[in-house]
Structure formats: structure tokens, C-alpha cells
Design a binder for this molecule. Structure first.
Ligand code: MN
Length: 128
């Protein structure tokens, strides 16, 4: 496994499913990331008012504001404009990947996540 790009990058994980969130938390903390968690886009926005994570890992299917709608919003908002967003999508269909990129995501990772490669994929995306 590659090391994260700098000491303990801070990720904001937005995921409404507690089981998925627990799995992501376990994998990422073990890999040396610091994580903040939100279960909705609204919660994420509140956190982003005061914290600037290195990256946002965002489930697309959320109650309320969905992940892609959220991704389109913050670009006009200086408070959140600089954190790149990676989409977590249950749909591995090409059109869903394209929708994520069109919305402004820097990448996408299909769920269920591969616990052996997930942290490395995020590290690669963090390095741009
Ligand atoms: Mn969901």
C-alpha cells in the first residue's frame, strides 16, 4: 500500500448508510487518513463552513440533496470551492461515471468499495 501524500490527509466522508460509513471509516483510518463524517449534504455544508478537508468522498445517493447536486453547488461558494470531490456510486454504469465527472467530481469509486484498493485509489486522486 502506498503512503498517503502527506501526513494524515483530512477527508470528509459523506455517506448516509451506517454500514458503508463504518467500512469506509475502518479502511481509511487504518490507512492513515483523518476523517470527518456527515450523513447528509446539509451536514457536510455545515462542516465545510469551518473546515477545509483535502478531499470530500461523497455518496451520490443521499436523502435530501443528492451528491451530484451538492457537487454542482459549491463551486460558486468560496467556502467550499477548493475541496475536490470523489463520488461514491453504487452504479458502475458508464453513464453514471460520466454524470459524476460532468457534475465536477475529480473521480468516482464504485460501491461496494474494494477494501484492498480503496485507500490507494484516494491517495492517487489526492495527488491529482
Ligand atoms: Mn446512500
Amino acid at each position: 500500500m502506498n503512503s498517503p501524500p502527506h501526513d494524515q490527509p483530512l477527508l470528509l466522508v459523506v455517506e448516509d448508510n451506517p454500514t458503508n460509513l463504518a467500512l469506509v471509516r475502518a479502511v481509511l483510518t487504518r490507512a492513515g487518513f483523518k476523517i470527518l463524517e456527515a450523513q447528509t449534504a446539509e451536514e457536510a455544508r455545515q462542516l465545510l463552513a469551518t473546515v477545509r478537508p483535502d478531499m470530500i468522498v461523497m455518496d451520490i445517493q443521499l436523502p435530501g440533496i443528492d451528491g451530484l447536486t451538492f457537487t454542482r453547488q459549491p463551486k460558486a461558494d468560496p467556502a467550499t470551492a477548493t475541496s475536490p470531490i470523489v463520488a461514491l456510486t453504487a452504479h458502475a454504469m458508464q453513464e453514471d461515471r460520466q454524470r459524476a465527472l460532468d457534475a465536477g467530481c475529480v473521480g468516482y469509486i464504485a460501491k461496494p468499495i474494494n477494501t484492498r484498493t480503496f485507500a490507494d485509489e484516494l491517495t492517487r486522486l489526492l495527488r491529482g
